[in-house]
Design a protein around this ligand. Structure first.
Ligand SMILES: Cc1cc2nc3c(=O)[nH]c(=O)nc-3n(C[C@H](O)[C@H](O)[C@H](O)COP(=O)(O)OP(=O)(O)OC[C@H]3O[C@@H](n4cnc5c(N)ncnc54)[C@H](O)[C@@H]3O)c2cc1C
Length: 344
């Protein structure tokens, strides 16, 4: 998302940018995403929900996103829904394929090859695809399953660090979803997400209820806590009330029915409440990293002259919580192009 947005903006400003794409197709994780591009409706909510994020960077996303969305629409990107369905956020859901095609067309020169020269703007999508870096910073016990494009393996981060870049806060944080603890395909990233932990009793493999307090609406806090449990696993234990709750357009029971790791609670190796009906073994899928390179309010990589970064390569925007990765990629992609061309 960020690289294509930067290229489109750069071309609008009269440059002739080239996007180098390492994968077998353009679009990165954007193409397989739910494609809701959003911000918190209220600025104070953004600060409260992502309290450790860099306030200046957050302010840019919050103030510039509506313009960015209007810009996507002006390019012809197809909108599927004109609101997010979440009262605390504002934004639009795009068709991911249509959005990718629109940006690729407008970017003009997208090459499926790696760059062997110096990049101007880093937009490689974070380091979730690099098992070593994930084990080092996020999940000390080992790897987490990838719920994202397979090519974002920290190339931008390593390139910039080797040239003296600084890191943002929150390197140990990530955005992800608890998924059934079984293999899943790219087409199952969205439908198999077990996004009902807030209605469940949640245990680790030792039978401990490890999450204290209320689970957030995004459940990203619960997902991150699960990553720190033995085996990076949890059990969601549900009663009839929980199964009847709704998650977007489905009931919890509908989502549970898709999970191959559901079992009868009596088969668990620890005691569960007598009203428990079903248990689902879950484990996090990592979608993108939250920590990364430190940039300033012009998308300049701090510590490296003349280098810019955008998207999940930039850290410190949603630190401490969760905010739209597509929104940050869109805003910082455009900003990086403007800064690189001295138009800010
Ligand atoms: C299932 C799923 C659902 C999601 N739903 C939402 C949602 O509804 N709303 C939301 O805001 N976010 C959502 N996201 C997250 C969102 O997709 C990301 O935050 C966003 O795509 C990040 O933008 P990016 O440009 O940093 O990375 P990407 O869009 O992933 O693009 C990075 C690109 O860099 C390429 N690359 C990597 N290394 C190199 C290299 N060395 N050279 C050249 N190219 C390289 C990759 O192949 C990739 O194409 C979702 C993600 C997934 C997987």
């Amino acid at each position: 998302m960020a690289g294509l947005s930067a290229a489109v903006r750069a071309r609008e400003l009269g440059a002739t940018p080239v996007v180098y794409e390492k994968g077998t197709r353009p679009g990165g994780s954007m193409l397989v995403s739910s494609c809701v591009i959003w911000r918190f409706r209220e600025w104070d909510d953004f600060r409260a929900e992502c309290p450790a994020g860099d306030e200046a960077l957050q302010r840019l996303v919050w103030e510039r996103l509506d313009d960015g969305i209007a810009w996507l629409e002006s390019l012809g990107a197809p909108v599927v829904e004109h609101d997010t369905g979440n009262p605390r956020t504002i934004g639009k859901r795009f068709d991911p394929r249509g959005l990718t095609e629109t940006l690729v067309r407008a970017a003009g020169d997208v090459r499926l090859e790696s760059l062997d020269a110096e990049p101007t703007i880093l937009a490689t999508g974070g380091f979730q695809g690099n098992a070593e870096l994930v084990a080092e910073h996020i999940h000390p016990g080992g790897t987490l399953r990838l719920r994202a494009n397979p090519w974002s393996s920290g190339d931008g981060l390593r390139y910039a660090l080797a040239r003296g870049a600084e890191l943002s806060a929150g390197l140990g944080e990530f955005y992800g979803r608890n998924m059934p603890d079984a293999a899943f395909s790219e087409q199952e990233f969205v439908p198999l997400a077990q996004l009902y932990g807030r209605f469940a009793r949640v245990y680790n493999e030792r039978g401990e209820e490890f999450f204290s307090g209320e689970v957030s609406w995004s459940e990203n806090d619960l997902v991150q806590a699960t990553a720190q449990q033995p085996g990076a696993r949890a059990w969601y234990v549900l009663d009839d009330d929980a199964l009847a709750r709704r998650v977007r357009d489905r009931t919890v029971a509908d989502v549970v029915a898709l999970a191959p790791t559901r079992v009868d609670p009596v088969d668990l190796p620890f005691a569960t409440p007598p009203e428990a009906r079903v248990a689902v073994r879950v484990s996090p899928g990592i979608t993108h990293t939250i920590g990364g390179l430190r940039v300033d309010d012009r998308a300049r990589v701090v510590g490296v002259d003349g280098l810019f970064a955008a998207g999940a390569d930039v850290g410190g925007i949603s630190t401490g919580g969760y905010a739209s990765g597509l929104a940050a990629a869109l805003v910082f992609g455009r900003l990086a192009a403007e800064s690189a061309l001295h138009r800010t």
